[in-house]
Design a protein around this ligand. Structure first.
Ligand code: SF4
Length: 299
């Protein structure tokens, strides 16, 4: 099977099986797609959907978000996790207004120069918003390519340049078709060629998959354990952020003390939030805190 036959099979499967997601609908627009791509990193679709809808209803353009405070972006982000992404999206909106008249650029190099836009997001926006022929490589695509093309049980350590070249070689020459193939690869990796137990009987690539043809060898080495959440600094940060999001004004340290008993861990989590720019002291008082940029609200 030629590489482009692989793409053709994936596209046909995608046309029949893709999930109907609002950011994929015609006319969604580059800003809506950019926001979805940032939110979907490390976060399942079901959790992203309501936050994406609220975000786009409130800030349908980069200019609308740039005119609001970072604190409001963090509030709407809610419990989506990794809230630095909300801060980076706000910074990105400000940069889009300052440098690009509030429009999302189509060129990968220009996109890469924006705050919070990395190799994956830049190419996803170029492909899905502007129909460009760009390899879009997330964890799911790397795994699917490793199995279907290379015959490995899983993707090796990320080597961005090599991954981009390997995936680009699978894309049809015509840009719009290449963009559709990229979407199809991502969907296949997310729904069928999943990490633990790939659903090979439902896969359009099953008859030619290199890993299957090699007898489906198991991965070597220990299986990676899922990340723990309970008891981590990440959990403490989440609890502190929940109090600050709901407060709509300065919060005294004594209120934050209630969320976690361990003084050292709580202090470390709060210091981390301040260092990340998500939280800041309220004025001159070192014992009261607000979300980033949440000024002008009476205590
Ligand atoms: S046949 Fe199985 S392992 Fe191969 S690409 Fe499809 S789902 Fe993945």
């Amino acid at each position: 099977m030629s590489d482009h036959t692989l793409a053709a099979k994936a596209i046909q499967w995608y046309d029949e099986n893709a999930r109907d997601l609002p950011w994929r609908r015609p006319g969604a627009g580059a800003w809506a797609i950019l926001v979805s791509e940032v939110m979907l990193q490390q976060t399942p679709v079901a959790r992203v959907l309501p936050v994406w809808e609220e975000w786009l209803a409130r800030w349908p353009t980069p200019a609308a978000l740039a005119a609001d405070t970072p604190a409001e972006a963090i509030r709407v982000w809610g419990r989506l996790g990794y809230p630095r992404r909300a801060l980076r999206l706000h910074e990105c909106a400000v940069a889009l207004v300052a440098r690009h008249d509030g429009e999302v650029p189509a060129d990968v190099e220009v996109l890469l120069a924006l705050p919070g836009i990395g190799a994956y997001t830049a190419r996803a926006v170029a492909a899905f918003a502007y129909g460009k022929r760009e390899p879009v490589v997330d964890t799911n695509v790397r795994r699917m390519v490793a199995r279907a093309v290379i015959g490995a049980p899983d993707a090796g350590p990320a080597t961005t340049a090599a991954d981009l070249v390997a995936t680009a070689s699978l894309l049809p020459a015509e840009p719009a078709l290449a963009a559709r193939a990229s979407a199809a690869f991502m969907e296949l990796g997310a729904l069928v060629c999943v990490a633990r137990a790939p659903r090979c009987p439902a896969c359009p690539l099953v008859s030619t998959c290199a890993w299957r043809l090699a007898g489906a060898p198991p991965p070597e080495g220990p299986t990676r354990r899922p990340q723990q959440y309970a008891g981590t600094d990440r959990q403490v940060r989440g609890l502190l952020m929940a109090v600050l999001r709901e407060a709509h004004g300065p919060v005294h340290r004594s209120r934050l003390d209630l969320v976690w008993a361990d003084d050292v861990q709580r202090g470390r989590a709060l210091a981390g939030l301040v260092a990340d720019g998500l939280v800041e002291p309220a004025g001159q008082d070192p014992d009261r805190f607000i979300l980033a940029g949440d000024h002008g609200i009476a205590p």
